[in-house]
Design a protein around this ligand. Structure first.
Ligand SMILES: C[S@@+](CC[C@H](N)C(=O)[O-])C[C@H]1O[C@@H](n2cnc3c(N)ncnc32)[C@H](O)[C@@H]1O
Ligand code: SF4
Length: 382
């Protein structure tokens, strides 16, 4: 049976950041008990149809999961452990905002079974934190990292770069400071303008100006270089880890493994017999909860993913990884060869140009390929 990665979505935040299009909502009073009961119920429902299969990772994402009561996190972990067959070295990650962290709460998550935290630091520059609409200071972020490092064996944090007006020199200094605080993993994202966000509206009106393409490429190169000096290697476009400390949960997505998604807006890809189902829960938190209360789950209709769609999705995910895509796994998951699923002329040109390496048992992007990944994928994938 294909092993499972379990994603649990907590949809609430203290405020909405102007760049963010994740399924996150602000509520005056957090409906903790209702959402705890509904998450547990949907987990039971999903487990019933999936059966007791091996469980490699659990990821509490958001929104801001560090607004969950530790008892809720503990109850979900205990239930998942009972419903599936947890790996001995199961990875259990919780995303946390520096604003919502205090040592007591973090200790509670650790006691509940969380063994990895991912902290949304975003920047170490006070003015940019304010511009990003963050509710915490750089000092609070550093304090959160210190608490996290003391309490958890594994820790990651997120930074956003290629911010308006950011120079290469300033980013190098900020990143070097961040790397001094890093443990075994970092996510370093270039700021993107997501449709429907406040930033995107400002960008359209010319009130936010992003670094041009050349500067963005230089920032990306500098990022990999600085991270490499600290032994953190890029294993995915935006993710850096010490070898062996890659996020197992995220690797399951990029390797196109099975993952189940619980909670508002969560999506999943789960094998049932010889079908691969695409699942998606209702996005609006209260409507999702009503549906779970009425029928055990907050899904609409699940759809079977066709072999062509599987191939497309696996290429889009797998070519983000430095290791690329295993030819044998591609064939097993999609029923197609890599050659059949890609445009032959584009594939040949991309190899010739040094953007992709095609070996007998894999297809992988080079560093130059990862720099141009969106354009490359657009042309390559049938
Ligand atoms: C689910 S979010 C956040 C976790 C947590 N709520 C927080 O904000 O600290 C995951 C990460 O995506 C990144 N992110 C969100 N929107 C982004 C954007 N428009 N551009 C670049 N990175 C973004 C941020 O680094 C964020 O920490
Ligand atoms: S970045 Fe994090 S805290 Fe900000 S709105 Fe998105 S999920 Fe919430």
């Amino acid at each position: 049976m294909e092993p499972l990665a379990l994603y649990i979505h907590w949809p609430f935040c203290l405020s909405k950041c102007p760049y963010c299009d994740f399924n996150s909502h602000v509520r005056e009073v957090l409906p903790q008990a209702r959402f705890r009961a509904a998450l547990l119920r949907e987990l039971e429902w999903e487990a019933e149809r999936l059966g007791r299969r091996p469980l490699r990772s659990i990821f509490f994402g958001g929104g801001t999961p560090s607004l969950m009561e530790p008892e809720t996190v503990g109850a979900l972990i205990a239930r998942a452990r009972a419903l599936f067959l947890p790996a001995d070295d199961i990875e259990i990650t919780l995303e946390a905002n520096p604003t919502s962290i205090e040592a007591g709460r973090f200790g509670g998550y650790r006691d509940a079974g969380v063994n990895r935290v991912s902290i949304g630091v975003q920047s170490l520059d006070e003015a940019d934190l304010a511009r990003l609409g963050r509710q915490h200071s750089a000092a609070q972020a550093v304090a959160a990292l210190e608490i996290g490092r003391r309490l958890f064996p594994r820790l990651s944090f997120d930074l956003i770069y290629a911010r308006p007006g950011q120079t290469l020199a300033a980013w190098r200094v900020e990143l070097a400071r961040a790397l001094d605080l890093a443990a075994d993993h970092l996510s370093l994202y270039q700021l993107t303008m997501e449709p429907g966000t406040a930033f995107e509206a400002l960008h359209r009106r010319g009130e936010i100006v992003l670094p041009d393409e050349e500067t963005a490429a230089a920032l990306y190169e500098a990022t990999a270089e600085e991270a490499g000096r600290f032994g953190l290697l890029p294993y995915e476009v935006s993710n850096y880890a010490k070898p062996g400390s890659e996020s197992r949960h995220n690797l399951a997505y990029w390797r196109y493994g099975d993952y189940a998604g619980i909670g508002p807006g969560a999506h999943g890809r789960v094998s049932l017999g010889d079908r691969l189902l695409a699942t998606r829960r209702h996005r609006a938190p209260e409507i999702w909860a009503e549906r779970v209360e009425a029928k055990g789950h907050g899904s609409g209709e699940d759809v079977a993913v066709t072999p062509q769609e599987r191939a497309r999705e696996m290429l889009l995910m797998g070519l983000r990884l430095s290791e690329g895509i295993s030819a044998a796994r591609f064939a097993a998951r999609t029923g197609m060869t890599l050659e059949k699923a890609t445009e032959p002329d584009i594939l040949a040109q991309a190899i010739e140009a040094g953007y992709l390496v095609h070996e007998r048992d894999s297809l992988r992007p080079t560093r130059e390929g990862r720099l141009r990944l969106d354009a490359l994928l657009g042309a390559l994938v049938c």
